[in-house]
Design a protein around this ligand. Sequence first.
Ligand code: PLP
Length: 407
Amino acid sequence: MSKGLSRMAGAIKESPTLKLNALAASLIGKGEPVIHLGGGEPKAQFPPEALEKCTSYLAKREVSYAPPSGIPPLKKAIIRYTEKTYKKAVGNENVVVSVGGKQAIMAVLHAIVDPGEEVLFPAPYWVSFPEMVTLAGGVPVIVRPQTDPFRPTMKEVEDQVTPATKGIIINSPNNPSGAMYSRDFIAGIVAFCEARDLYLLMDDTYNRLVFDGQSAPNPFDFAKKPLEQSKLVVINSVSKSYAMTGFRIGWAVGSPELIKAVSNIQSQQTSCASVPGMWAAVGALEGDQSGVEALRRTLEGNRNVMLDCLKDFPGLKVAKPDATFYCFPDFRAYEKDSAKLADFLLEKARVLVVPGREFGMDGYLRLSYCGATGDVTEGVARIRWALDPRAPKEITIGGRKVVRDWA
Ligand code: PLP
Protein backbone atom coordinates (compact mmCIF):
# COMPACT_ATOMS: atom_id res chain seq x y z
CA MET A 1 0.00 0.00 0.00
CA SER A 2 1.35 3.43 -0.92
CA LYS A 3 2.20 5.75 1.99
CA GLY A 4 2.67 8.79 -0.22
CA LEU A 5 0.30 11.40 -1.54
CA SER A 6 -3.06 10.36 -2.93
CA ARG A 7 -3.60 9.38 -6.54
CA MET A 8 -5.83 12.43 -6.79
CA ALA A 9 -3.00 14.72 -5.70
CA GLY A 10 -0.86 13.21 -8.44
CA ALA A 11 -3.60 13.73 -11.02
CA ILE A 12 -4.22 17.41 -10.32
CA LYS A 13 -1.92 20.07 -11.69
CA GLU A 14 -1.46 23.59 -10.45
CA SER A 15 -3.65 26.27 -12.05
CA PRO A 16 -1.45 27.45 -14.94
CA THR A 17 -2.90 30.94 -14.90
CA LEU A 18 -2.24 31.43 -11.18
CA LYS A 19 1.26 30.02 -11.70
CA LEU A 20 1.88 32.56 -14.47
CA ASN A 21 0.57 35.36 -12.25
CA ALA A 22 3.14 34.39 -9.62
CA LEU A 23 5.88 34.28 -12.28
CA ALA A 24 4.90 37.73 -13.57
CA ALA A 25 4.88 39.16 -10.04
CA SER A 26 8.29 37.70 -9.29
CA LEU A 27 9.86 38.96 -12.54
CA ILE A 28 8.35 42.43 -12.13
CA GLY A 29 9.52 42.39 -8.49
CA LYS A 30 13.07 41.81 -9.74
CA GLY A 31 12.77 44.86 -11.95
CA GLU A 32 12.31 42.93 -15.22
CA PRO A 33 10.40 45.01 -17.81
CA VAL A 34 7.67 42.38 -18.15
CA ILE A 35 4.31 43.16 -19.74
CA HIS A 36 1.67 40.92 -18.22
CA LEU A 37 -0.88 40.01 -20.89
CA GLY A 38 -1.70 36.85 -18.96
CA GLY A 39 -3.87 38.43 -16.28
CA GLY A 40 -7.37 37.38 -15.30
CA GLU A 41 -8.49 40.32 -13.22
CA PRO A 42 -9.48 43.86 -14.11
CA LYS A 43 -7.16 46.59 -12.91
CA ALA A 44 -9.88 48.78 -11.47
CA GLN A 45 -10.90 49.97 -8.05
CA PHE A 46 -13.71 48.03 -6.41
CA PRO A 47 -16.92 49.94 -5.53
CA PRO A 48 -16.81 52.37 -2.59
CA GLU A 49 -19.98 50.79 -1.16
CA ALA A 50 -18.09 47.49 -0.87
CA LEU A 51 -15.42 49.24 1.19
CA GLU A 52 -18.04 50.91 3.37
CA LYS A 53 -19.98 47.73 4.16
CA CYS A 54 -16.84 45.74 4.77
CA THR A 55 -15.18 48.30 7.03
CA SER A 56 -18.32 49.00 9.07
CA TYR A 57 -18.60 45.25 9.70
CA LEU A 58 -14.90 45.10 10.67
CA ALA A 59 -15.21 48.20 12.88
CA LYS A 60 -17.19 46.11 15.38
CA ARG A 61 -14.07 43.98 15.82
CA GLU A 62 -16.13 40.83 16.04
CA VAL A 63 -15.72 38.49 13.12
CA SER A 64 -17.63 35.27 13.52
CA TYR A 65 -18.79 32.26 11.51
CA ALA A 66 -21.82 32.67 9.29
CA PRO A 67 -24.37 30.16 7.97
CA PRO A 68 -22.72 27.90 5.34
CA SER A 69 -24.96 29.20 2.57
CA GLY A 70 -24.11 32.85 3.29
CA ILE A 71 -25.11 35.83 5.45
CA PRO A 72 -28.81 36.74 5.04
CA PRO A 73 -28.15 40.29 3.71
CA LEU A 74 -25.98 38.90 0.91
CA LYS A 75 -28.54 36.25 0.01
CA LYS A 76 -31.13 39.02 -0.13
CA ALA A 77 -28.87 41.09 -2.39
CA ILE A 78 -28.31 38.06 -4.65
CA ILE A 79 -32.07 37.43 -4.84
CA ARG A 80 -32.56 41.05 -5.95
CA TYR A 81 -29.64 40.77 -8.37
CA THR A 82 -31.16 37.62 -9.89
CA GLU A 83 -34.50 39.38 -10.28
CA LYS A 84 -32.86 42.34 -11.96
CA THR A 85 -30.31 40.57 -14.13
CA TYR A 86 -32.22 37.40 -15.01
CA LYS A 87 -35.85 38.52 -14.43
CA LYS A 88 -36.12 35.45 -12.25
CA ALA A 89 -37.79 35.36 -8.84
CA VAL A 90 -35.85 33.11 -6.48
CA GLY A 91 -35.84 32.55 -2.73
CA ASN A 92 -33.28 31.92 0.00
CA GLU A 93 -33.50 28.20 -0.65
CA ASN A 94 -32.23 28.77 -4.22
CA VAL A 95 -29.03 30.64 -3.29
CA VAL A 96 -25.70 29.53 -1.87
CA VAL A 97 -22.69 31.82 -1.42
CA SER A 98 -19.25 30.31 -1.99
CA VAL A 99 -15.57 31.21 -1.84
CA GLY A 100 -15.64 32.69 -5.35
CA GLY A 101 -17.40 31.37 -8.40
CA LYS A 102 -14.63 28.76 -8.46
CA GLN A 103 -15.74 27.09 -5.25
CA ALA A 104 -19.38 27.35 -6.31
CA ILE A 105 -18.57 25.31 -9.43
CA MET A 106 -16.45 22.86 -7.46
CA ALA A 107 -19.07 22.32 -4.77
CA VAL A 108 -21.82 21.88 -7.39
CA LEU A 109 -19.66 19.23 -9.10
CA HIS A 110 -19.13 17.48 -5.76
CA ALA A 111 -22.88 17.57 -5.27
CA ILE A 112 -23.83 16.06 -8.63
CA VAL A 113 -21.01 13.76 -9.82
CA ASP A 114 -20.62 10.11 -8.85
CA PRO A 115 -17.34 8.31 -9.61
CA GLY A 116 -16.88 7.74 -13.31
CA GLU A 117 -19.73 9.97 -14.44
CA GLU A 118 -19.00 12.29 -17.34
CA VAL A 119 -19.24 16.06 -17.43
CA LEU A 120 -19.06 17.75 -20.83
CA PHE A 121 -17.79 21.18 -21.74
CA PRO A 122 -16.76 22.79 -25.02
CA ALA A 123 -13.22 23.80 -25.96
CA PRO A 124 -11.75 26.27 -25.54
CA TYR A 125 -12.58 25.86 -21.86
CA TRP A 126 -11.61 27.58 -18.63
CA VAL A 127 -8.39 25.97 -17.37
CA SER A 128 -10.00 24.70 -14.18
CA PHE A 129 -12.89 22.69 -15.63
CA PRO A 130 -11.01 19.45 -16.40
CA GLU A 131 -9.25 19.44 -13.03
CA MET A 132 -12.44 20.27 -11.14
CA VAL A 133 -14.38 17.44 -12.77
CA THR A 134 -11.50 15.08 -11.96
CA LEU A 135 -11.39 16.33 -8.35
CA ALA A 136 -15.09 15.54 -8.06
CA GLY A 137 -14.36 11.96 -9.21
CA GLY A 138 -15.85 12.49 -12.65
CA VAL A 139 -14.52 12.20 -16.18
CA PRO A 140 -14.09 15.44 -18.17
CA VAL A 141 -15.33 15.16 -21.75
CA ILE A 142 -14.37 17.89 -24.17
CA VAL A 143 -16.60 18.95 -27.04
CA ARG A 144 -14.38 20.24 -29.86
CA PRO A 145 -16.20 22.66 -32.17
CA GLN A 146 -15.41 22.01 -35.83
CA THR A 147 -16.98 24.81 -37.85
CA ASP A 148 -16.58 27.82 -35.59
CA PRO A 149 -13.53 27.09 -33.42
CA PHE A 150 -15.02 28.98 -30.48
CA ARG A 151 -18.68 27.97 -30.67
CA PRO A 152 -20.01 24.41 -30.58
CA THR A 153 -23.18 23.38 -32.37
CA MET A 154 -25.91 21.52 -30.52
CA LYS A 155 -25.17 18.46 -32.64
CA GLU A 156 -21.52 18.50 -31.54
CA VAL A 157 -22.64 18.56 -27.91
CA GLU A 158 -25.31 15.90 -28.40
CA ASP A 159 -22.84 13.59 -30.14
CA GLN A 160 -20.72 13.45 -26.98
CA VAL A 161 -23.57 12.60 -24.62
CA THR A 162 -23.53 9.00 -23.37
CA PRO A 163 -25.49 7.15 -20.67
CA ALA A 164 -22.62 8.16 -18.31
CA THR A 165 -23.14 11.91 -18.90
CA LYS A 166 -24.25 13.70 -15.74
CA GLY A 167 -23.96 17.30 -16.72
CA ILE A 168 -22.72 20.00 -19.05
CA ILE A 169 -20.76 23.14 -18.19
CA ILE A 170 -21.25 26.18 -20.39
CA ASN A 171 -19.08 29.23 -19.94
CA SER A 172 -20.41 32.03 -22.10
CA PRO A 173 -19.07 34.72 -22.43
CA ASN A 174 -16.06 32.50 -22.58
CA ASN A 175 -12.65 32.52 -20.99
CA PRO A 176 -10.33 32.31 -23.00
CA SER A 177 -11.95 33.18 -26.35
CA GLY A 178 -14.14 36.13 -25.34
CA ALA A 179 -16.83 34.55 -27.55
CA MET A 180 -20.47 34.62 -26.51
CA TYR A 181 -22.65 31.72 -27.58
CA SER A 182 -25.84 32.57 -29.49
CA ARG A 183 -29.30 32.83 -27.97
CA ASP A 184 -30.31 29.86 -30.11
CA PHE A 185 -27.50 27.76 -28.71
CA ILE A 186 -28.35 28.67 -25.10
CA ALA A 187 -32.04 27.96 -25.78
CA GLY A 188 -31.05 24.64 -27.33
CA ILE A 189 -28.79 23.53 -24.51
CA VAL A 190 -31.35 24.42 -21.83
CA ALA A 191 -34.06 22.46 -23.67
CA PHE A 192 -31.72 19.54 -24.33
CA CYS A 193 -30.63 19.26 -20.70
CA GLU A 194 -34.24 19.43 -19.53
CA ALA A 195 -35.27 16.73 -22.00
CA ARG A 196 -32.33 14.46 -21.08
CA ASP A 197 -32.44 15.19 -17.34
CA LEU A 198 -28.86 16.50 -17.30
CA TYR A 199 -27.41 19.11 -14.97
CA LEU A 200 -26.55 22.33 -16.76
CA LEU A 201 -23.97 24.57 -15.09
CA MET A 202 -24.02 28.01 -16.61
CA ASP A 203 -20.81 29.78 -15.65
CA ASP A 204 -21.91 33.39 -16.05
CA THR A 205 -18.79 34.96 -14.54
CA TYR A 206 -18.42 37.42 -17.45
CA ASN A 207 -22.09 38.06 -18.30
CA ARG A 208 -21.94 41.81 -17.59
CA LEU A 209 -18.73 42.53 -19.46
CA VAL A 210 -20.29 42.32 -22.92
CA PHE A 211 -19.50 44.64 -25.86
CA ASP A 212 -21.05 46.21 -28.97
CA GLY A 213 -24.49 46.72 -27.42
CA GLN A 214 -25.05 42.98 -27.08
CA SER A 215 -26.27 41.25 -23.94
CA ALA A 216 -25.66 37.75 -22.66
CA PRO A 217 -28.54 35.34 -23.33
CA ASN A 218 -30.44 34.52 -20.15
CA PRO A 219 -30.71 30.75 -19.61
CA PHE A 220 -33.79 31.17 -17.37
CA ASP A 221 -35.66 32.60 -20.39
CA PHE A 222 -35.63 29.14 -21.94
CA ALA A 223 -36.24 26.94 -18.90
CA LYS A 224 -39.64 25.26 -18.93
CA LYS A 225 -39.32 23.43 -15.64
CA PRO A 226 -39.88 25.35 -12.40
CA LEU A 227 -36.67 25.87 -10.42
CA GLU A 228 -37.82 23.31 -7.80
CA GLN A 229 -37.53 20.54 -10.39
CA SER A 230 -34.81 22.08 -12.51
CA LYS A 231 -31.23 20.92 -12.98
CA LEU A 232 -30.15 24.31 -14.25
CA VAL A 233 -27.65 26.06 -11.99
CA VAL A 234 -26.27 29.51 -12.66
CA ILE A 235 -22.92 30.59 -11.26
CA ASN A 236 -21.98 34.22 -10.68
CA SER A 237 -19.33 36.13 -8.81
CA VAL A 238 -18.32 39.64 -7.82
CA SER A 239 -14.75 38.93 -8.94
CA LYS A 240 -14.67 40.34 -12.45
CA SER A 241 -17.60 42.78 -12.84
CA TYR A 242 -16.76 44.58 -9.60
CA ALA A 243 -12.98 44.06 -9.68
CA MET A 244 -13.20 42.10 -6.43
CA THR A 245 -11.18 38.95 -7.17
CA GLY A 246 -9.37 38.92 -3.83
CA PHE A 247 -12.58 39.05 -1.78
CA ARG A 248 -13.37 35.53 -3.02
CA ILE A 249 -17.14 35.75 -3.19
CA GLY A 250 -19.30 33.94 -5.72
CA TRP A 251 -22.61 32.10 -5.67
CA ALA A 252 -24.85 29.52 -7.26
CA VAL A 253 -28.58 29.75 -7.97
CA GLY A 254 -30.42 26.47 -8.46
CA SER A 255 -33.01 24.05 -7.13
CA PRO A 256 -33.48 23.83 -3.34
CA GLU A 257 -32.30 20.20 -3.42
CA LEU A 258 -29.02 21.05 -5.13
CA ILE A 259 -28.44 24.22 -3.12
CA LYS A 260 -28.94 22.33 0.15
CA ALA A 261 -26.44 19.68 -0.97
CA VAL A 262 -23.89 22.35 -1.95
CA SER A 263 -24.40 24.11 1.36
CA ASN A 264 -23.87 20.83 3.28
CA ILE A 265 -20.66 20.20 1.37
CA GLN A 266 -19.40 23.72 2.06
CA SER A 267 -20.33 23.40 5.73
CA GLN A 268 -17.74 20.63 5.93
CA GLN A 269 -15.20 22.19 3.58
CA THR A 270 -14.99 25.86 4.51
CA SER A 271 -17.82 26.44 7.07
CA CYS A 272 -18.71 29.56 5.11
CA ALA A 273 -17.21 32.18 2.83
CA SER A 274 -15.25 34.99 4.47
CA VAL A 275 -17.72 37.21 6.33
CA PRO A 276 -15.93 40.55 5.61
CA GLY A 277 -15.89 39.49 1.95
CA MET A 278 -19.61 38.76 2.04
CA TRP A 279 -20.30 42.21 3.49
CA ALA A 280 -18.19 43.77 0.74
CA ALA A 281 -20.27 41.84 -1.83
CA VAL A 282 -23.49 43.21 -0.27
CA GLY A 283 -22.09 46.72 -0.82
CA ALA A 284 -21.14 45.96 -4.40
CA LEU A 285 -24.46 44.38 -5.38
CA GLU A 286 -26.63 46.96 -3.65
CA GLY A 287 -24.56 50.03 -4.42
CA ASP A 288 -24.31 52.26 -7.45
CA GLN A 289 -23.78 50.07 -10.52
CA SER A 290 -22.12 52.71 -12.68
CA GLY A 291 -18.68 51.24 -11.90
CA VAL A 292 -19.62 48.04 -13.73
CA GLU A 293 -20.59 50.01 -16.81
CA ALA A 294 -17.42 52.12 -16.58
CA LEU A 295 -15.31 48.96 -16.40
CA ARG A 296 -17.23 47.39 -19.28
CA ARG A 297 -16.58 50.48 -21.42
CA THR A 298 -12.89 50.57 -20.54
CA LEU A 299 -12.56 46.91 -21.46
CA GLU A 300 -14.42 47.43 -24.73
CA GLY A 301 -11.98 50.28 -25.51
CA ASN A 302 -9.03 48.01 -24.69
CA ARG A 303 -10.53 45.26 -26.84
CA ASN A 304 -10.69 47.69 -29.76
CA VAL A 305 -7.10 48.78 -29.21
CA MET A 306 -5.95 45.17 -29.13
CA LEU A 307 -7.85 44.32 -32.32
CA ASP A 308 -6.34 47.36 -33.98
CA CYS A 309 -2.81 46.34 -32.96
CA LEU A 310 -3.40 42.80 -34.19
CA LYS A 311 -5.19 43.65 -37.42
CA ASP A 312 -2.25 43.57 -39.76
CA PHE A 313 -0.13 41.07 -37.89
CA PRO A 314 0.66 38.72 -40.78
CA GLY A 315 -0.45 35.11 -40.46
CA LEU A 316 -2.50 35.60 -37.30
CA LYS A 317 -6.16 34.56 -37.18
CA VAL A 318 -8.01 36.82 -34.78
CA ALA A 319 -11.70 36.52 -33.87
CA LYS A 320 -13.30 39.64 -32.42
CA PRO A 321 -14.14 38.99 -28.74
CA ASP A 322 -17.80 39.70 -27.86
CA ALA A 323 -17.08 40.12 -24.17
CA THR A 324 -14.67 39.46 -21.22
CA PHE A 325 -11.12 40.84 -21.34
CA TYR A 326 -9.46 38.13 -23.37
CA CYS A 327 -8.53 37.72 -27.01
CA PHE A 328 -7.49 34.29 -28.30
CA PRO A 329 -5.61 34.55 -31.61
CA ASP A 330 -4.44 31.56 -33.59
CA PHE A 331 -0.62 31.75 -33.76
CA ARG A 332 -0.11 28.46 -35.59
CA ALA A 333 1.43 30.26 -38.57
CA TYR A 334 4.38 30.99 -36.26
CA GLU A 335 4.47 28.01 -33.90
CA LYS A 336 2.12 25.13 -33.26
CA ASP A 337 3.35 24.47 -29.72
CA SER A 338 1.75 27.25 -27.68
CA ALA A 339 3.76 26.52 -24.51
CA LYS A 340 7.00 26.83 -26.47
CA LEU A 341 5.78 30.05 -28.06
CA ALA A 342 4.75 31.55 -24.71
CA ASP A 343 8.18 30.69 -23.25
CA PHE A 344 9.88 32.24 -26.26
CA LEU A 345 7.86 35.47 -25.95
CA LEU A 346 8.65 35.75 -22.27
CA GLU A 347 12.35 35.15 -22.84
CA LYS A 348 12.84 37.36 -25.88
CA ALA A 349 10.16 40.03 -25.59
CA ARG A 350 9.41 39.95 -21.87
CA VAL A 351 5.68 39.54 -22.58
CA LEU A 352 3.69 37.07 -20.56
CA VAL A 353 0.78 35.31 -22.28
CA VAL A 354 -1.09 32.08 -21.55
CA PRO A 355 -0.58 29.12 -23.91
CA GLY A 356 -3.77 27.97 -25.62
CA ARG A 357 -2.91 24.38 -24.70
CA GLU A 358 -4.08 25.12 -21.15
CA PHE A 359 -7.54 25.87 -22.55
CA GLY A 360 -7.61 22.82 -24.78
CA MET A 361 -6.48 24.57 -27.98
CA ASP A 362 -2.80 24.37 -28.77
CA GLY A 363 -1.43 26.88 -31.26
CA TYR A 364 -3.46 29.73 -29.75
CA LEU A 365 -2.37 32.27 -27.14
CA ARG A 366 -4.63 34.04 -24.67
CA LEU A 367 -3.88 37.75 -24.57
CA SER A 368 -5.58 39.72 -21.79
CA TYR A 369 -6.56 43.34 -22.11
CA CYS A 370 -7.64 43.79 -18.50
CA GLY A 371 -4.68 46.04 -17.69
CA ALA A 372 -3.50 49.41 -18.92
CA THR A 373 -4.12 50.32 -22.57
CA GLY A 374 -0.40 51.08 -22.90
CA ASP A 375 0.37 47.49 -21.92
CA VAL A 376 -1.87 46.26 -24.73
CA THR A 377 -0.12 48.36 -27.38
CA GLU A 378 3.38 47.74 -26.13
CA GLY A 379 2.77 44.06 -25.44
CA VAL A 380 1.48 43.40 -28.95
CA ALA A 381 4.27 45.51 -30.48
CA ARG A 382 6.84 43.39 -28.67
CA ILE A 383 5.17 40.14 -29.76
CA ARG A 384 5.18 41.36 -33.31
CA TRP A 385 8.82 42.39 -33.10
CA ALA A 386 9.69 38.91 -31.81
CA LEU A 387 7.74 36.98 -34.45
CA ASP A 388 7.22 38.98 -37.62
CA PRO A 389 10.33 39.09 -39.85
CA ARG A 390 8.89 42.22 -41.50
CA ALA A 391 8.80 44.16 -38.22
CA PRO A 392 11.73 46.55 -37.57
CA LYS A 393 14.67 44.62 -36.15
CA GLU A 394 15.22 46.99 -33.27
CA ILE A 395 12.98 47.70 -30.32
CA THR A 396 13.36 49.28 -26.89
CA ILE A 397 12.47 47.07 -23.93
CA GLY A 398 12.77 48.54 -20.46
CA GLY A 399 14.89 51.45 -21.75
CA ARG A 400 17.34 49.12 -23.50
CA LYS A 401 17.63 48.77 -27.26
CA VAL A 402 17.40 45.15 -28.33
CA VAL A 403 17.95 43.72 -31.79
CA ARG A 404 16.17 40.69 -33.22
CA ASP A 405 18.78 38.29 -34.53
CA TRP A 406 16.59 35.22 -35.12
CA ALA A 407 14.03 36.17 -37.76
N1 PLP B 1 -15.27 30.93 -14.28
C1 PLP B 1 -14.44 31.45 -15.17
C2 PLP B 1 -14.68 31.20 -16.61
C3 PLP B 1 -13.35 32.23 -14.77
O1 PLP B 1 -12.54 32.77 -15.69
C4 PLP B 1 -13.15 32.44 -13.38
C5 PLP B 1 -11.97 33.17 -12.91
O2 PLP B 1 -11.00 33.36 -13.61
C6 PLP B 1 -14.08 31.88 -12.48
C7 PLP B 1 -15.11 31.12 -12.97
C8 PLP B 1 -13.95 32.01 -11.01
O3 PLP B 1 -13.86 33.27 -10.54
P1 PLP B 1 -13.86 33.57 -8.98
O4 PLP B 1 -13.61 32.31 -8.24
O5 PLP B 1 -12.78 34.57 -8.79
O6 PLP B 1 -15.22 34.11 -8.67
